[in-house]
Design a protein around this ligand. Structure first.
Ligand code: HEC
Length: 246
């Protein structure tokens, strides 16, 4: 198929292209903001960091939410001896057989004043083993099922988006090598991004790759959108007919 040039487009086509490009740009900003607000507190510190990304795929395997709570915000409700017994139980695998004799009495002392359904405080209920066990498991990050779901939605959705975006973008006039780079780089970035989610689940160091791939995707999309928008409206037809586009 021969490729149009922006200056041969009708006004209707220019308006269609432009509104699409603007909406995609806005969508990208929204996606970035969404990632920020949903991930920034993963490591309990404000601001998005490599740890936040690592925690969401790899999890925080150094401990459980229960241990973090009794060392942190809930530490005032438990004595040092009781805390030690509870941590020992957690490190031992939080077995049900030790729950009734060793752990339930500790919980009953103060925790259950608040952590039962009847307290009306809408807090996790610790009056049963099942209730506390959810907080006693090592946090291994996103489940395989969630990862697979997120991956196929991203791969299908973003590749169609990048195809339409790229189809508009290849009508611009820039250095042909740079053009080919900008066409391929976001597709490659999406692939590397998705692959690195799985790698991060296995080894948290790959969180760096997730971030790098996201940055390449952002850069390539921004370049495609801005170059296209500029040339659609400001590139003038040359006096002599230009050679066909590559
Ligand atoms: C005075 C009421 C009160 C008592 C007593 C209390 N908690 Fe809590 N607990 C809360 C509230 C409120 C929250 C939710 C806010 C927060 O996370 O700080 C909470 C949250 C938690 C969480 C969830 C943290 C997370 O990761 O989301 C855990 C685990 C927990 N408490 C454990 C305990 C244990 C163990 C005890 C007893 C040693 C205890 N709490 C005693 C009020 C209480």
């Amino acid at each position: 198929m021969s490729i149009h040039r922006y200056y041969t487009l009708t006004l209707s086509e220019k308006l269609l292209y432009t509104s699409f490009l603007l909406l995609v740009g806005l969508g990208y900003l929204m996606a970035t903001a969404y990632l920020y607000v949903t991930h920034e507190m993963n490591d309990t510190k404000p601001g998005l960091s490599v740890e936040d990304v690592a925690n969401s795929y790899y999890g925080n395997r150094s401990g459980t939410r229960l241990e973090a709570a009794i060392r942190g915000p809930m530490s005032g409700f438990i004595s040092d001896d009781d805390r030690e017994s509870m941590v020992a139980w957690l490190k031992d695998g939080a077995e049900e057989e030790h729950y009734e004799p060793n752990i339930k009495p500790i919980l009953t002392k103060t925790c259950l004043n608040c952590h039962v359904a009847s307290s009306g405080m809408n807090l996790p209920d610790f009056s049963t083993y099942q209730g506390i066990h959810k907080f006693a498991e090592v946090d291994t990050g996103m489940s395989m099922a969630s990862l697979l779901k997120l991956s196929h939605i991203h791969l299908f959705g973003i590749s169609i988006l990048l195809f339409v975006l790229g189809f508009i973008f290849i009508q611009c006039e820039i250095n042909v090598h740079f053009k080919r780079f900008l066409v391929v780089s976001p597709m490659l970035a999406v692939f590397v991004d998705v692959a690195s989610w799985f790698l991060t689940k296995w080894d948290s160091h790959y969180a760096m790759v997730v971030i790098a791939a996201g940055a390449v995707l952002g850069f390539s999309m921004a370049a495609q959108i801005l170059i296209s928008l500029y040339q659609i409206w400001f590139l003038k037809a040359p006096a002599t007919p230009a050679p066909p586009l590559k």
